[in-house]
Design a protein around this ligand. Structure first.
Ligand code: F6R
Length: 248
């Protein structure tokens, strides 16, 4: 592993996806062992899949109790049914909730079909607040530099909100669905919540992320490039495989 320091922030570069995933899983394990009532917010998407697999296996093998942990899903496609395999709900159901046998209320996710999506936002904010805030947040990065569904130009102080997804997100997002699916709106935790999480891990892998990672770490910090928030966060890490770090 190669370790860079950017101001105080750790940038870890791993030989491949497996080593990267192992490190992220280790961080998650450390978190749930160190604080039994941790609140952990997780992104879905392709990048963290292997990390979650290793995490689940480790929890099972080592019989770690998650009884007091609250997991929170970072975002969701509005209007997409929970049973749709492209939904974030289903992603977590199949990868974390079912394999760990977690009670549904231990993994807070958005109801993408709710008639009042603003109430969904308030309910998520209230829940997180009532649990004392987010301890660990694991996020990926979009091709446009988004975090969660916080698209370029999003406010850095926002709480949970509904978003009109930009064209890149709508186009790239098709990869999660079995057939062409309209995804023009999303619901997401805000960058204010990213910023106030006690620990933030941004992970990226693959050559196609190299350009946006280079901008995130080397371009000016700006709301136009939401992922640059990692450089403002007091306790953040950027964990990459060698390909995603290829342009640094
Ligand atoms: C998904 C999410 C998104 C993804 C990002 C990268 O819950 O919050 O911001 O993390 O679009 O997606 P992948 O990992 O599929 O490249």
């Amino acid at each position: 592993m190669q370790l860079l320091k950017l101001n105080k922030m750790e940038v870890g570069i791993y030989p491949g996806v497996e080593e990267l995933a192992q490190r992220v899983s280790d961080e998650m394990i450390q978190q749930v062992i160190g604080k039994k009532s941790s609140v952990i917010c997780l992104a879905s998407g392709d990048t963290p899949k292997r990390a979650y697999e290793i995490f689940v296996q480790t929890i099972i093998n080592q019989s770690v109790s998650l009884a007091e942990v609250l997991f929170v899903g970072l975002d969701e496609w509005l209007g997409i049914d929970q049973t749709n395999t492209g939904s974030c709900y289903s992603f977590f159901e199949e990868r974390i909730v079912k394999p760990l046998g977690l009670p549904e209320d231990q993994f807070a996710r958005f109801d993408a079909l709710a008639t009042d999506s603003r109430e969904q936002c308030f309910a998520m904010d209230r829940l997180i607040e009532s649990r004392g805030g987010i301890d660990l947040m694991i996020v990926g990065i979009g091709m446009n530099g988004h975090i969660g569904f916080n698209e370029p130009g999003s406010s850095w102080t926002s709480a949970t909100h509904v978003v009109s997804l930009d064209e890149t997100t709508q186009t790239v997002g098709q990869k999660y669905f079995q057939q062409k699916t309209e995804v023009s709106k999303g619901i997401t935790l805000g960058l204010g919540q990213v910023m106030t999480s006690r620990k933030l891990i941004l992970m990226a892998s693959g050559e196609r992320k190299a350009g946006i990672i280079q901008k995130t770490l080397q371009w000016p910090i700006s709301e136009d490039l939401p992922a640059t928030i990692v450089r403002r966060h007091p306790q953040s890490m950027v964990l990459l495989d060698r390909q995603a770090a290829g342009m640094l």
